[in-house]
Write a protein that binds this ligand. Structure first.
Ligand code: ADP
Length: 476
């Protein structure tokens, strides 16, 4: 194109200056030259393009090769990594297996792994327990380890599913046929990539021995306690009978020979009688206390009329109170519901409290007071108060423990054993009541039977008594 244009241009310019034939010659050679130059230019351009194309192809191929290479490299590296991970895993598995084995061997318990009822692994302790070596255990039926008598239980535990440990005491059978008690627990596990079960075995021979010794000791103690109670019951009977006749005959002699006997002999008879009675009450108290101790005190629950009970106490103590010049009185509300309690034991308690009150009151009065809930008329508490010698504050609780008397000369001057209040409080508690004392030294004392122990000052000491509720109407 350029050649044609330049040729035409040259032709127009040269036509004016050159002679005709020269002009033609010149024009033609110029034309050829231009064509040639154009051809050369085209070929060169073509060549350049081809080379460029070739070069680009090479580049592409090189890139492709490079990427292929890097891919292979990556693949190789991946493989390497995977191999290394695998090796690590193998090492870990081996380590954890070793750790497991170490742990299993170190533990005091026997460990047996079994699958389909047959042992697949065991620790040395297990082998030791059954008197064999580990290889001897492998492959053996797991039930071989259990004594004949424990088979059923064992089958239930060993075959029972679930991943939770099930514990059971079984008799184990050693390879030599001897038996030992074992505690087993079984859990599901995976062993060598397959489901299996682990049985953990503990030899409980020592525990059994201790249990046996304890059971024997307990039986012996129970036997002893029973024997003691029986002994006391028999003894009290054996003692009471002759004692009653001693007291009875002393009474007869005093009555019959009252006027004939010299004063001194009469005094002997009186001592026989009073000491006999003291001994009798002591025997009764000790028997009661031993029954309470052995938890053999039987309490009857029956509806009882407190006014009648209080009346009986007054009648019993009347002579004694009169002798001492004391006023003995009662305050019982007119409308009073029956109390559910053991009448004989309630009488015993009230006689003890009122008897003490009379005993420790040189002058003044003794009052038995029953208080009731205003709306329901239910008996709420019974108070026995006196205007006697009183009890120092620091002894108010002590007097409820056995053989405790405020004054050690008390037994001599007032008689008594120091067991009465101990028994009274225990009896109250057995009936669901509470017993405590308040006092002012020199002014008198008040003993309170709280029939609803949830209210008494000792309520927080014995929370169990809160539910004892025997107060109120009889049931049925
Ligand atoms: P005892 O058989 O000696 O009376 P108790 O257990 O009944 O035994 O009483 C223990 C002690 O508590 C008595 O010895 C006495 O010191 C004191 N006591 C009991 N009741 C009273 C009271 N009402 N007034 C003063 N002291 C009392």
């Amino acid at each position: 194109m350029i050649a044609t244009l330049s040729f035409t241009g040259w032709l127009l310019v040269a036509r004016d200056y050159l002679p005709d034939p020269e002009w033609v010659h010149f024009g033609f050679s110029l034309f050829l030259g231009s064509i040639l130059a154009a051809v050369v230019l085209v070929i060169r351009a073509r060549n350049l393009e081809g080379v460029e194309k070739l070069r680009m192809g090479d580049r592409v191929r090189q890139i492709e090769m490079e990427s292929a290479l890097s891919q292979t490299e990556r693949a190789r590296r991946g493989e390497e990594e995977a191999r290394r991970a695998l090796e690590g895993a193998i090492v870990q598995v081996r380590e954890s297996e070793q750790r497991f084995r170490g742990l299993a061997d170190a533990t005091f318990e026997g460990v047996v792994i079994f699958r389909n009822g047959h042992v697949v692994d065991a620790n040395t302790r297990a082998a030791e327990l059954f008197g064999v070596s580990v290889p001897q255990l492998l492959g053996a039926p797991v039930l071989n380890l259990v004594a004949e008598g424990s088979m059923d239980d064992a089958a239930r535990v060993l075959e029972g599913g679930g991943g939770h440990g099930e514990g059971l005491d079984l008799d184990a059978s050693r390879y030599d046929g001897s038996l030992f008690p074992m505690a087993v627990s079984v859990v599901s596990t995976v062993h060598q990539e397959k489901n299996a079960k682990v049985m953990v075995i503990r030899d409980i021979t020592d525990r059994r021995r201790v249990e046996l010794v304890l059971r024997r000791a307990l039986e012996e103690a129970e036997g002893n306690s029973r024997a003691k109670s029986t002994f006391l019951a028999n003894m009290s009977h054996e003692l009471r009978t002759p004692l009653n006749s001693v007291i009875g005959f002393a009474n007869i002699l005093m009555k019959r020979l009252g006027d004939e006997l010299p004063v001194r002999e009469m005094d002997y008879l009186k001592r026989i009688q009073s000491n006999g009675e003291h001994l009798l009450s002591l025997i009764d108290d000790i028997l009661d206390l031993s029954k309470i101790d052995a938890e053999r005190m039987e309490i009857v629950r029956e509806p009882l009329q407190l006014d009648e009970l209080v009346g009986e106490v007054l009648r019993t103590l009347d002579v004694q109170a009169r002798k001492m010049g004391l006023e003995l009185r009662s305050e019982v509300p007119g409308e009073l519901r029956p109390l559910v309690a053991d009448a004989r034991r309630m009488l015993q308690i009230l006689l003890n409290l009122a008897g003490n009150a009379v005993k420790f009151t040189p002058s003044g009065s003794v009052t038995i007071r029953v208080l009731a809930e205003e709306d329901s008329g239910r008996p709420a508490r019974i108070e026995v108060s006196d205007t006697g010698i009183g009890i120092p504050a620091y002894r108010l609780e002590e007097i409820f423990s056995p053989f405790n008397q405020v004054d050690s000369s008390s037994a001599r001057s007032f008689g008594g054993t120091g067991l009465g209040l101990t028994i009274a409080r225990s009896l109250c508690e057995l009936m669901g009541f509470d017993l405590y004392a308040t006092s002012r030294k020199g002014e008198g004392s008040t003993f309170v039977i709280e029939l609803d122990p949830g209210r008494g000052p000792r309520a927080h000491d014995r929370p169990s008594a809160l539910n004892a509720g025997s107060v109120g109407e009889p049931t049925g």
